[in-house]
Design a protein around this ligand. Structure first.
Ligand code: IPE
Ligand code: IPE
Ligand code: MG
Length: 242
């Protein structure tokens, strides 16, 4: 497995796919060309993750804050997403990949929303890997919607205040049922989380590479996984307790 220890692979990898615009600029191309090239990385990383036996792959594809971008860029991104979902359905079914999506999905354009829901439905019985797309996603927005539903359930008497715990709270998040990410990868060097999985990243190992997303391919992914396998995850304990 290319120098990887199978037993020590992360179950859940989350990726902030950043740097498409900078990649395009470097090559003297318009930003959208960077997004187009970035889709190739998405394909390669999904394929590699599935092949290695990673159980959940969460990709930050469009943030809640990304709605503030120029509307031409937003519609180009939505078109790319539509095309990706249409093109990949067959592959997902063949490779037993279940599609999931987290975020404020009702803000998506109707056609994108429909293709997304349709693909989720068609792949719902796939068991090999979960490909989880964060779309129109913001960590704070996710926590607020969870809180609202939790308060509602409490006021209705379905939950006792004393029973509210991290694990109960987790059930109200979009990621309910998924393990927390073991590894977070961010491409193109920015040292920030950009409102991604704020709750779920509590004990995640962070790997930041200067490589732009369109250049992040199989070899770079394996490199990140190798780095992860060298980490000591202590979860607050001392080394002797591991
Ligand atoms: C990531 O690349 C893709 C999305 C956020 C949709 P960017 O578009 O953020 O690229 P940079 O950061 O401007 O290089
Ligand atoms: C984070 O990238 C969002 C995605 C990768 C989808 P951004 O490019 O939007 O993040 P900032 O604005 O640099 O923090
Ligand atoms: Mg960016």
């Amino acid at each position: 497995m290319e120098g990887l220890i199978k037993e020590k692979l992360p179950k859940h990898v989350a990726i902030i796919m950043d740097g498409n615009g900078r990649w395009a600029k470097k090559h003297g191309k318009p930003r959208i060309e960077g997004h187009l090239e970035g889709v190739k990385s998405v394909r390669e990383i999904v394929e590699t993750a599935r092949e290695l036996g990673i159980k959940v792959l969460t990709l930050y594809a469009f943030s809640y804050e990304n709605w503030q971008r120029p509307k031409e860029e937003i519609s180009a991104l939505m078109e790319l997403l539509n095309k990706y979902l249409n093109d990949e359905l067959e592959n997902m079914l063949k490779n037993d990949i279940q599609l999931m999506a987290i975020g404020e999905l009702d803000l998506l354009p109707t056609d994108t929303y429909n293709i997304l829901k349709e693909t989720i439905k068609k792949t719902k019985d796939c068991k090999g890997m979960i490909l989880n797309l964060a779309l129109s996603y913001g960590g704070r927005q996710e926590i607020i919607q969870a809180t609202k539903r939790l308060v509602k359930a409490t006021l209705a008497g379905r939950i006792n205040i004393g029973d509210i715990s991290p694990s109960l709270f987790g059930k109200y998040l979009y990621t309910a049922g998924l393990p927390d990410p073991d590894l977070l990868i961010r491409t193109s060097g920015e040292m920030r989380i950009s409102n991604f999985l704020l709750w779920q990243l509590a004990y995640t190992e962070i790997y930041i590479t200067p490589i732009f997303w369109p250049e992040f391919r199989r070899a770079q992914f394996i490199e990140a996984l190798k780095a992860y396998q060298l980490r000591n995850r202590r979860f607050g304990k001392i080394p002797e307790q591991e």
